[in-house]
Design a protein around this ligand. Structure first.
Ligand code: UGA
Length: 363
C-alpha cells in the first residue's frame, strides 16, 4: 500500500513508520522534525516531507488523493501544553486534524486517526459523592470503547481542553461515517512507553511525560517529583505491542476495523505514578549503576505548582481490550517492568553516547 503518515517522526509515528517500511509499504511521511526517523531516511520506500501542517502551502489534497490509506498521528499530547497553550492545543488537535479528515472524506480515503485514552476523563469512583461498594475494584477504572461514559472536570480545569478536542474530532468522524459512509478507524492509546518517547527536559520550558522527568532525575541525581503524591494510576503499554496492534488495524483484514474505535493498552500493567518512580529507581540501581551510589529522593509537589493553574488529572484508566482481542486476535506481551527497563536502557545508552561525544568535543 501507499500510506500517508502524518506525524510520522513522533514517538509512535517513528516506530510505526519503521514497521510499515519493514512490511514493504511505500510511506509518505510528514512531520515537523526528522530526528526520530533519521535512521530510515535513505530507505527507498520512504518519502519524507518536513512540514508544519499548519502552514497553508502543503498539498494535503494531493497527498491524500495519492494515498491508499492515511494515518494521522499529529497531536500535542503532553499535559504541560494543555495548560500553557490551550488554544493551540485545540487548534492543532481539532481544527487542523479536521482538515486532514475532511480531505480523506473528499477523496474517499480510509483514515486511521490516533485519538487518546484521555477522552474517558476521570472515573465515576473518583467523584466526591460517589457511592460504590469497593472503589478499588478495577471495574470502576476500566473503559470500553463503545459503552463507557466520559467524565471531565469544569472549564476552569483547562487540562480537559485536549480531551474535549479529541472527543469532538472522534464525534465528527463518526458523523461523517453515518452521513457520508466515511471509512475511519480510531485508536485510543493507553500510555505507550518505549525508546524515543518524548525527550529529556533541557529547561524549565520543557514538559514531557512523566517517564522522561523521572529518567532525567535518575541521570542527573535530581529529585523525582510526584505530582499530588503520585496516586494517579496508569496502564503502561510497550511500544512493540502497540505497533503490532496498530499494524493489524492497518491490514484491516475483511474490513473488520471499518468505523471502529480501538483501545490499545495493557490492562495488566497498572501502576501508580509513585510505584513507577520506585520501580525506576530500583531498576536503575540494579541494572545501570556500576557501583552503589545515592539515588534521587522522591518528593511530592502540588499539581498547580508543577504544571500551573488549571491542572487536573485522570485518576485511573484501564483499557478494556476485548474488542482488539476479538477482532484482531491481539494480546499485549510486555509486562510493566520489562517495558520500563527496555525504555530506560535506551535513554541510559543515549546519555552515555552524548557524554562520550561531548568529552571528545572538549578534548
Ligand atoms: C498523557 C496524554 O494526555 C494522553 O493523551 C496520552 O494518551 C498519554 O499521556 C499517553 O502517554 O498515552 P498522562 O498519562 O497524564 O497523559 O501523561 P503524563 O504527563 O505522563 O502524566 C502521568 C501522571 O504522572 C500524571 O498523574 C502526572 O501528574 C504525573 N507526573 C508527571 C508526575 O507525578 N511527575 C512528573 O514529573 C510528571
Amino acid at each position: 500500500m501507499k500510506i500517508l503518515t502524518l506525524g510520522a517522526a513522533g514517538f509512535i509515528g517513528s516506530h510505526l513508520t519503521h514497521r510499515l517500511l519493514q512490511e514493504g509499504h511505500a510511506v509518505v511521511a510528514v512531520d515537523l522534525t526528522i530526528e526520530k526517523v533519521a535512521e530510515y531516511l535513505d530507505h527507498p520506500n520512504l518519502t519524507f516531507l518536513q512540514q508544519d501542517i499548519r502552514r497553508p502551502e502543503w498539498d494535503l489534497d494531493g497527498l491524500a488523493q495519492d494515498a491508499d490509506l492515511v494515518i494521522d498521528l499529529i497531536a500535542y499530547a503532553n499535559p504541560g501544553l494543555y495548560l500553557r497553550i490551550p488554544l493551540e492545543v485545540f487548534r492543532l488537535n481539532f481544527t487542523e486534524n479536521l482538515k486532514i479528515a475532511e480531505a480523506c472524506v473528499r477523496h474517499g480515503k480510509r483514515l486511521i486517526q490516533f485519538s487518546t485514552c484521555e477522552v474517558y476523563g476521570r472515573t465515576a469512583a473518583s467523584l466526591p459523592n460517589a457511592r460504590v461498594a469497593d472503589p478499588e475494584d478495577p471495574i470502576h477504572g476500566t473503559f470500553s470503547e463503545d459503552t463507557s461514559e466520559y467524565i471531565l472536570g469544569p472549564v476552569s480545569k483547562h487540562r480537559w481542553i485536549y480531551s474535549c478536542a479529541k472527543q469532538l474530532l472522534e464525534r465528527v468522524l463518526h458523523a461523517y461515517g453515518l452521513e457520508q459512509g466515511f471509512n475511519y478507524t480510531i485508536i485510543r492509546p493507553f500510555n505507550f512507553i518505549g525508546p524515543k518517547i518524548d525527550f529529556l527536559p533541557q529547561s524549565k520550558q520543557d514538559i514531557p511525560r512523566v517517564f522522561s522527568f523521572f529518567m532525567d532525575a535518575l541521570l542527573n541525581g535530581t529529585p523525582m517529583k510526584l505530582v499530588n503524591g503520585g496516586v494517579s494510576r496508569r496502564c503502561y503499554t510497550y511500544i512493540d505491542d502497540a505497533v503490532e496492534c496498530t499494524y493489524r488495524i492497518v491490514q484491516n483484514s475483511g474490513g473488520i476495523c471499518d468505523r471502529q474505535i480501538f483501545n490499545i493498552g495493557s490492562p495488566d500493567n497498572e501502576v501508580s505514578i509513585r510505584q513507577m518512580a520506585e520501580t525506576m529507581r530500583e531498576i536503575y540501581a540494579a541494572q545501570f549503576l556500576d557501583e552503589p551510589a545515592p539515588l534521587p529522593e522522591i518528593v511530592s509537589v502540588p499539581g498547580e505548582e508543577f504544571y500551573g493553574e488549571g491542572y487536573d488529572d485522570s485518576d485511573r484508566r484501564i483499557p478494556n481490550i476485548a474488542k482488539a482481542r476479538r477482532l484482531l486476535g491481539w494480546e499485549p506481551r510486555w509486562n510493566f517492568r520489562d517495558a520500563l527497563e527496555a525504555t530506560m536502557r535506551y535513554y541510559v545508552t543515549e546519555s552515555q553516547k552524548n557524554r562520550v561525544s561531548s568529552a571528545a568535543g572538549n578534548g
